[in-house]
Design a binder for this molecule. Structure first.
Ligand code: FHN
Length: 470
């Protein structure tokens, strides 16, 4: 019998007998977690082929935009989520006292999902439990949850996920592997630790059981399409039982997608805040990004990026073949800051108008060829050019070997005049494609031009050469 089962059997029998039949048995399960995780399974034997992974990742690859939601007790005083006590900016007790102010009084999950849908996002990721260990749902492992410790007094996760699924969006759940509040988790604050795993493996096992119990609760209740782990940096994959975590998730949804933050067991990379300058090397990636500077609601953070600035970052991600996971931080009452609503609405306007140049696109051509962002359609014979500026003259594309069949403005269908300059019939060096773009065709934010090619794009990548004829 594994050591996990032995602990459950050691629960005092008398305690169980005193409980009337049918009464929900409620231990302080941080010591009696109900579900022991499987012993660490052998190295991952999933053996998924490249084609199988591509199929599993397909919806994510075409989703392009997700909406991240950081909602927790930290919105009450507007302090940084979990970090404010971990970094000892305020005492832990003061941080947790925020629970008394979390009302969800104006929380309207249907309205949240309607706004997310309006933004053009295809998935959403909500913080089910951040590093502070406060669950949005009625977890049974302890009373550190919105239902049990706040005036909201109810599970606020389930109604949201229900609306997400009704709206046909993909469900993403953020789950912090570390839990700085849990008495059986080694780390508390930046300078205080409770114990070390090597000195007390049994205590660490208790904590791991808590994580597995909560993951089972989330998977069985919500069947997530995507698990967004966070906080993996403090322990190893073996300590987290990462392989067993993936097995657990797959046992509920064999096609579940997992982000990178579980010590190397994930499906895609998750650059954060810093927009990638060079194209990420991973086939699948997602930039997680705030609209101001904070993940959760902070009264003092008024540094909101404009809708145009966020839209430009979205197109930047598109041009490099990635997704944008754009964060909103609702207030404690469930209302969403107006500045964030405005950004999501502008994203939705733009995406609706330029739909053909969003979801079915892939990374574009190298930046040297065009002064802006670009993508290609799946077949590679339509080049989309994104202009986050008003041009002072014709739009130029360099090094295009293809014949151009047609050029039009995406979203309003105007055909555009174009010419190729400096193309000598006897040279294989391509000329310069110049496209006329009248002001009337400009989008208030980012204008998109479609260039229909005679075949999949072919680019000249040379340094130019001496002319050998005339
Ligand atoms: O520590 C967290 C942070 O609070 C926030 O949740 C971000 C969102 O990606 N993730 C971690 C920092 O990388």
């Amino acid at each position: 019998m594994s050591r996990f089962h032995l602990r459950i059997a050691s629960v005092p029998l008398a305690l169980l007998l005193l409980v009337p039949a049918g009464f929900p048995v409620r231990f302080c399960p941080e010591a009696y977690a109900q579900d022991a995780p499987p012993a660490l399974s052998p190295v991952n034997k999933r053996g998924e082929t490249k084609a199988q992974k591509e199929k599993r990742m397909d919806w994510f690859d075409h989703a392009k935009l997700g909406i991240f939601i950081h909602w927790g007790i930290y919105a009450v005083d507007g302090v940084s989520e979990s970090w404010s006590f971990h970094n000892k900016y305020l005492p832990y007790e003061q941080y947790m006292k925020q629970a008394a102010g979390f009302t969800a009084a104006s929380y309207d999950p249907k309205a949240w999902v309607s706004l997310i849908k309006e933004s053009g996002a295809q998935y959403t990721v909500i913080t089910t439990k951040h590093h502070d260990g406060v669950a949005l749902w009625d977890t049974r492992i302890n009373d550190r949850s919105i239902p049990k410790m706040t005036p909201a007094g109810r599970d606020v996760l389930s109604p949201f996920v229900k609306e997400v699924k009704k709206a046909g969006l993909h469900t993403g759940l953020y789950f912090s592997l570390l839990d700085w509040s849990n008495p059986d988790y080694p780390v508390f604050t930046r300078t205080e630790s409770r114990y070390s795993i090597k000195d007390d493996p049994a205590r660490w096992d208790k904590f791991v059981q808590c994580n597995f119990t909560q993951l089972r609760e989330l998977c069985s209740a919500y069947k997530p399409d995507l698990m967004w782990f966070d906080g993996d940096w403090e322990q190893t994959a073996e300590d987290w039982r990462a392989d067993a975590v993936i097995d657990l998730l797959r046992s509920y949804n064999k096609n579940v997608i997992v982000n990178s933050r579980i010590q190397g067991y994930g499906d895609y990379s998750t650059p954060e805040q810093g927009v990638p300058v060079v194209r990420p090397s991973d086939r699948y990636w997602e930039l997680c990004y705030t609209i101001n500077d904070s993940w959760g609601f902070q009264h003092t953070d008024t540094n909101f990026k404009t809708p145009f600035m966020v839209l430009r970052t979205f197109v930047d991600c598109l041009s490099n073949g990635g997704n944008l996971l754009l964060d909103i931080g609702p207030r404690e009452d469930g209302t969403i800051p107006e500045e964030e609503v405005a950004v999501l609405r502008e994203m939705g306007r733009w995406i609706k108008k330029h739909r053909e140049a969003v979801y079915q696109t892939r990374a574009g051509i190298p930046a040297e060829h065009f002064q802006g962002f670009s993508t290609l359609n799946e077949e590679g014979d339509i080049l989309y050019l994104y202009l986050p500026y008003r041009p002072n003259g014709p739009i130029e594309v360099k090094g295009l070997m293809n014949k151009v069949n047609r050029v039009w403005v995406v979203g309003d269908g105007r055909m555009l005049n174009y010419k190729v300059y400096n193309k000598n019939y006897w040279s294989d060096i391509p000329g310069l494609l110049e496209i006329d773009l009248p002001d009337i065709a400009l989008d208030p934010s980012i204008t998109v031009i479609a260039v229909l090619l005679d075949s999949p794009v072919k680019l000249y990548r040379g340094e130019g050469q001496v002319i050998t004829s005339n």
